[in-house]
Design a protein around this ligand. Structure first.
Ligand code: ATP
Ligand code: MG
Length: 273
């Protein structure tokens, strides 16, 4: 056990100056008898971007899937501003956009879908869709079906769909990992624009440490399973973040801290084997 390791208690959680939005308490989850989370506690701050970074298979997707109600917990509680998920509007962007969109619906109908489910009128659906089209500066034809769009365009549609209902919380599981570099840069900046315009609490799982730090107010570093919080690394560079952010001292320091923690966790595991 590394003495520098932070305990995963909510009371020592975020140094970011924000109230908690999502509170996870006593979360326990096993797969095939192997514990993944045991009595796990965590707060995600409101109106901030929290990146989640950790080794493969440590439970990043499982955590946000349980928080978003896509996967049952064995025990524990997740509250949003003290309310259950059923009283909260959330959005979720899946890593695999190919499976995430309804292939039989045109892009525009994919975007409208959550609005229709929420009981909005045709006029309200059209107005909100038009707002999103303007905001994302969409130049391609949203009357096309997903298979007629590029990967980047499909992921853009899936992000627009997740935002259609003005979510209080947006979960994103490696949303850009299948996109090319140019599209990734565009989407990162778009996400940051949306964050600045709306203040939506965002939880971003990313495999790319540069991206995790660049977008985040805080990087949540996880250990290997059974999963604990290794450390929460604050990155409070001003927004909007720009390419210059990537070469700033603050960025370099935050990234180096994350790498230290990551390597400590990997080698801690190797010593234990
Ligand atoms: N449905 C399942 N049945 C059995 N084991 C599972 C299931 N889902 C996840 N696991 C296991 O739980 C662990 C956490 O998986 P999870 O997908 O949450 O990890 P992750 O941190 O998102 O990994 P990656 O970085 O590869 O995306 C892994 O060891 C995985 O094999
Ligand atoms: Mg995952």
């Amino acid at each position: 056990m590394n003495a520098a390791m932070s305990p995963d208690l909510a009371s020592v959680s975020s140094k970011v100056d924000a109230v908690p939005h999502i509170t996870i308490r006593g979360l326990t989850k096993s797969f095939a008898g192997q514990p993944l989370y045991t009595n796990f506690n965590l707060d995600f701050p409101k109106g901030r971007i929290t990146s989640i970074f950790g080794p493969n298979g440590c439970g990043k997707s499982t955590m946000i899937n349980m928080a978003a109600g896509l996967l049952p917990m064995d025990s524990g509680e997740v509250l949003f501003d003290g309310k259950p998920l059923s009283q909260t509007v959330i959005g979720y962007v899946f890593q695999n956009y190919r499976d995430a969109l309804f292939p039989w619906k045109r892009a525009i109908d994919n975007i409208r879908y959550p609005l229709k489910i929420a009981g909005k009128s045709a006029g309200e659906c059209n107005a909100r869709t038009e707002e999103l089209v303007q905001s994302f500066d969409i130049r391609f034809d949203l009357n096309r079906y997903p298979y007629e769009l590029s990967g980047g365009q499909q992921q853009l549609v899936s992000i627009m769909r997740s935002l259609a209902v003005h979510p209080e919380v947006l979960f994103l599981d490696e949303p850009f990992s299948a996109l090319d570099y140019e599209m990734t840069l565009f989407m990162r900046d778009k996400l940051q624009d949306i964050f600045e315009a709306t203040g939506t609490t965002m939880i971003l799982v990313s495999h790319d440490l540069d991206e995790a730090v660049y977008l985040a107010d805080e990087v949540l570093m996880l250990t290997r399973r059974p999963t604990r919080i290794a450390e929460r690394v604050v990155f409070d560079a001003p927004r909007p973040r720009t390419p210059a952010t990537l070469t700033s001292d603050a960025f370099t320091r935050a990234k180096a801290r994350c790498l230290d923690v990551f390597q400590r966790e990997v080698s801690a595991r190797e010593l234990a084997l």
